[in-house]
Design a binder for this molecule. Structure first.
Ligand code: GAR
Length: 191
């Protein structure tokens, strides 16, 4: 199975996916990283792994349709079958959704439908919830709204800092995402 990862930032989840592929926990092959932020650290991580990279700046295109057409061409040229969003901070538009209907998955650092959108960890922290977590879902046209595939909770201890919560969420993400992607690819069904 040929996959592409989409990311905008640090890329720790992309790294976790590369590691899972390397040590045989995932049978997929990541053939392309798509990044919408020139200079983002995730680019270097992909280059180090020998993965092709397509970097673009949205402001250089007239609209979302224009850059998504170019992305789809890059994906199709490499025979990409599934798309893995890993901290890609941009809504997926109609062009990508039509080309990869039901074949795009996303990870979000909260128990959806709570705290969608940006800064989900901070949102949960400041709301004072005692349990938050991680959600993996199929992508539709909404903001973090597609059908949920898997969730795992993270408990907030009383004296936990925002930074500690972030680390706890990331630990869960890095273990959960490769495992769920592998199941989702193999079974094409809920995990
Ligand atoms: C991850 O926590 C991911 O869940 C989140 O961005 C972070 C990327 O970290 N995604 C969203 O908030 C999507 N709405 P990373 O670049 O270190 O993988």
């Amino acid at each position: 199975m040929r996959i592409a990862c989409f990311a905008s930032g640090s890329g720790s989840n992309v790294e976790a996916i590369f590691e899972a592929i390397e040590d045989g926990r995932m049978s997929a092959r990541c053939v392309l990283l798509v990044c919408d932020r020139p200079g983002a650290p995730v680019i270097e991580r992909a280059v180090r792994r020998g993965c092709d990279v397509f970097v673009f700046a949205a402001k250089e295109y007239p609209d979302k349709e224009a850059f998504e057409r170019e992305i789809v061409a890059e994906l199709e040229r490499r025979g990409v079958e599934r798309i893995i969003l890993a901290g890609y901070m941009r809504l997926i538009g109609q062009v990508l959704l039509e080309a990869y209907q039901g074949r795009i998955v996303n990870i979000h650092p909260s128990l959806l439908p709570s705290f969608p959108g940006k800064d989900a960890i901070a949102q949960a922290f400041h709301a004072g919830v005692k349990i938050t977590g991680v959600t993996i879902h199929v992508v539709d046209e909404g903001m973090d709204t597609g059908p949920i595939i898997a969730q795992e909770s993270v408990r907030l201890d009383n004296d936990m800092t925002h930074e500690e919560l972030q680390k706890a969420i990331q630990r869960v993400e890095h273990e959960l995402y490769p495992r769920v992607i592998e199941e989702w690819i193999k079974e094409g069904a809920n995990v």
